[in-house]
Design a protein around this ligand. Structure first.
Ligand SMILES: *Cc1c(COP(=O)(O)O)cnc(C)c1O
Length: 235
């Protein structure tokens, strides 16, 4: 076993243990939380190590990097998650790789996805990004506009909205993060009352290396963890 492989194996074990413990604290099974390993910091060999270790959900935040890795790993089973903000001119090349698009932040983007996916009659599973931190620099829909956004989703034929995604403020404390994650869960619960039949909001994608445990305690079904998986790996 190479250093790379054993280092990632140790980190992955620790992250999985922490996920299981946080899930247990929130009265859920660890299997209710999907670990999306964010491979954006590392190269294909490290991504391959993750796959070998049974971690099949990989996340990328830049389209070119997703395309490159997906091509290099075409011999592997991977569920690719796109966690960045996708520009409309990158939709066409990105869609064929995707298992889940985490950060849809405008109806114009969703329109374009629906149109392009319609050409091949393919389904696209997506999450809506909500700006839960209130940071002006952050992407995402404002919580107050979500009811009308949800209403607009009824027209889509290919896009299937499965849940919400949020990020805690970068300069906040862990308690701030918890409040922000809780607010996303409460928003989701409120939206459930007015949901059109074709929309599901089962998934909550929230939590990164610094805050995934509180995210799970607040109901995350997906955590996006990068740096904690690659500690000790010097580039
Ligand atoms: C990079 C990134 C992550 C992972 O961040 P870490 O703190 O390294 O775990 C999660 N979500 C998004 C949207 C990212 O861009």
């Amino acid at each position: 076993m190479t250093h790379l492989h054993s280092c990632i194996a140790d980190n992955l074990d620790r992250v999985r243990e922490r996920i299981a413990a946080a899930a247990a604290r929130s009265g859920r099974d660890a299997s209710a939380v999907t670990l999306v390993a964010v491979s954006k910091y590392v190269d294909v060999d490290a991504a391959r190590a993750l796959l070998d270790l049974g971690c099949k959900d990989l996340g990328e935040s830049r389209p070119q990097e997703l395309w490159r890795k997906a091509e290099a790993l075409v011999d592997q089973y991977v569920r690719w998650h796109f966690i960045g903000n996708l520009q409309r001119n990158k939709v066409r090349r990105t869609l064929p790789h995707l298992t889940l698009l985490h950060a849809c932040d405008s109806l114009r983007l969703l329109d374009e996805i629906d149109r392009i996916a319609g050409e091949t009659a393919s389904e696209v599973k997506a999450l809506l990004e909500v700006n839960i931190s209130g940071d002006a620099s952050k992407h995402g829909f404002r919580p107050a506009e979500m009811p009308s956004v949800i209403e607009s989703l009824t027209g889509y034929k290919q896009v299937q909205v499965r849940g919400l995604m949020g990020m805690a403020s970068l300069d906040g404390t862990i308690d701030d993060a918890r409040r922000e994650f809780e607010s996303l869960r409460l928003l989701r619960d409120r939206l459930l009352n007015e949901l059109p039949p074709e929309v599901e909001l089962k998934e909550l994608s929230m939590g990164m290396s610094g805050d995934f445990e509180v995210a799970i305690e607040e109901g995350a079904t997906m955590v996006r963890v990068g740096s904690a998986l690659f500690e000790g790996l010097e580039a």
